[in-house]
Design a protein around this ligand. Sequence first.
Ligand SMILES: [Zn+2]
Length: 494
Amino acid sequence: MALTFETVIGLEVHVQLSTNSKLFCPCPTDYVGQEPNSFVCPVCLGLPGSLPSLNARAVQLGVKIALALGCSVPRVSRFDRKHYFYPDLPKAFQVSQFGLPLAEKGAMPIFLGGLKKTVGVTRLHLEEDAGKLLHGTPDGRLSGASITRVDYNRAGIPLAEIVSEPDMSTPMEAREYVLSLRRLVRYLGASDGDMESGSLRVDVNVSQKCSDGRVGGRVEVKNVNSVRAMERALEYEISRQREVLLSGGQVYRETRHWDDSNGSTRGTRGKEEAQDYRYFPEPDLPPLVIDDSFIRAVEKDLPELPWEKRERFQVEWGLSSEDASTLSERLDLAEFLEETVAHGAGRGSAANWVKTEVLRILNETGIETDALPFTPRSLGALLAKVDEGSLSNTAARGVLEVMGREGLGLEEAMRKAGIVPGGVKGDLLTEAVREVLQGHPEETALVLSGSDSSGKKRKYLQGLVMREIKGQALVGDVSAAIDRELDLMKGFRE
Ligand SMILES: [Zn+2]
């Protein structure tokens, strides 16, 4: 019988917390683009005799993520030293949380094609980041040789490491998990979650269970720098491990390095003995005690979570799964939508306009919603007019364009766009219809004689009327006015 396989995926995600200073010293964290080694002090350089002191804001943000993930936050956690030697780690140990992490046992929902799946979260702990190695070639005299410099500006930046349960079984699920976690930390204001700049880093653990009972070793893949790279790395590893098992070989537990340029992984340390980091409690920091009032204060600060918002948009607002997902992706966009509704727009039309017109502007310009040239108040009032039928979608788009281009309020923009208060109807509409029909005798004659069987000419005339009145009437009203005029003309003929 042919062998079948089951893939087991777990992810370790490092999130850079949005604090102003580092985890154990007052050095600033906005080091990107700064002179190397300019944001350092004796603490983050690990100089002898220096003493760390814990950043309360980092603890707050870590607890915030933990509570959003439904983790339990024990009263006491602890920092440990994780020993290993590497040039980007000046102390030769990293201060992390091993035995008593900040939080444990949570879960996060992910959505695949509208279906919900829950991925367990094993733990969340705080730790400091390492420095950065800069590989390059030195000046002309030493040309040919390559050197590595080290920049400690990043050393000591606060990270939250979030370890998932091995609950995922496809690259697609892993992708949704990472995107969902990124959305969450952005909602919480806990991190910018930017993978390109390294604010969010993913280590992948993947293994295979074979139908004959064999279990492959767990392979950790490092150096995946984008969601796409993670998916590719997983696809590559899954087929590599299956091939090994199919040929009767063994998959060893090891760490492998993803090479994005040639799309493959390679072993970095060979067959691995269990690493011994010789963890022990950091003697320079007291145990971290978190009391109930701290938890309650953070809890009070939690916004509606992205998956809750998504579900509400779908269940209460009646939006499609896809629209609910698009509109809850960004907190600022979701809030813009809700305010637009609060200012008079119907949920359906507001959702439609925000996901098309507003999102288009945001994507084209790369701005945030608070920099939009119109407010939810004016968009809400504009859409209320569309909803009550006094303004067509076309006319409203014209008004929105004027509001956007010239930064005008609704009333002024409507005047500028040539909008008649209350819309074009009655004699004004009749006049416009007459003008168009008289101006296009050939098409009108065709329609009158009944030889416009496809209705194309009629549609064309209707479009001209709409343009004439700048879309300020409902299609049905324009159509009825054309009917009336045509009937009159028939009457004159008979
Ligand atoms: Zn420092």
